[in-house]
Design a protein around this ligand. Structure first.
Ligand SMILES: CC(C)(COP(=O)(O)OP(=O)(O)OC[C@H]1O[C@@H](n2cnc3c(N)ncnc32)[C@H](O)[C@@H]1OP(=O)(O)O)[C@@H](O)C(=O)NCCC(=O)NCCS
Length: 147
């Protein structure tokens, strides 16, 4: 039987559950950390469900107050990768942000997040800056896309 995928806005607790499954994150952020980050800003929390189980998330907020929307965090449980969940959640974010009047999506990732970089390049983001770190793997890569 095929899996049912649902993309919707959800409480941050659902993100925290998914976050605990992301093997790449050593010390996954907890609820307070998320809430503190976006507390005074418009935010969007999107969760992807597979057969009603939270399997992926994207969290963004109005970080820069310059007309752009900042895509801050994204993750998909390793058991549910390559099903298109990230793509569907980012599509949701694009549509939502455009409707809210934002003109760009900004993102920041690390050099060693290869799947995320592949997504960003394939789906229309352009590089704006690289912040150098002592280890090249940790270089921060800044990108943006017009909506
Ligand atoms: C990055 C991540 C969220 C992708 O989630 P996903 O649901 O598997 O991604 P999707 O299936 O929606 O794929 C979307 C695009 O990403 C790219 N991509 C995803 N996985 C990839 C892989 N293993 N190799 C190469 N490209 C990949 C592709 O461009 C893909 O588009 P395509 O299928 O049209 O080619 C997931 O790998 C993850 O959680 N990684 C660890 C945490 C992380 O790096 N988060 C982002 C930085 S904060």
């Amino acid at each position: 039987m095929s899996q049912k995928i649902t993309i919707k806005e959800a409480p941050i607790e659902e993100v925290v559950k998914v976050n605990a499954t992301i093997v790449e994150f050593d010390a996954p952020y907890q609820k307070d950390y998320f809430e503190n980050r976006y507390k005074d800003a418009e935010r969007l929390i999107v969760v992807a469900y597979v057969d009603d189980q939270p399997a992926g998330y994207v969290v963004g907020y109005d970080k820069f107050k310059d007309g752009s929307f900042y895509c801050w965090m994204a993750g998909v449980n390793p058991s549910f990768r390559k099903l298109g969940l990230l793509k569907e959640m980012m599509d949701y974010e694009d549509k939502w942000a455009k409707e809210k009047g934002y003109n760009k999506i900004k993102a920041k990732t690390r050099n060693n997040r290869r799947e995320m970089l592949a997504y960003l390049v394939k789906y229309g983001f352009f590089f704006t800056e690289v912040i150098q770190k002592p280890n090249i793997n940790d270089n921060r890569v800044l990108l943006e896309k017009e909506l």
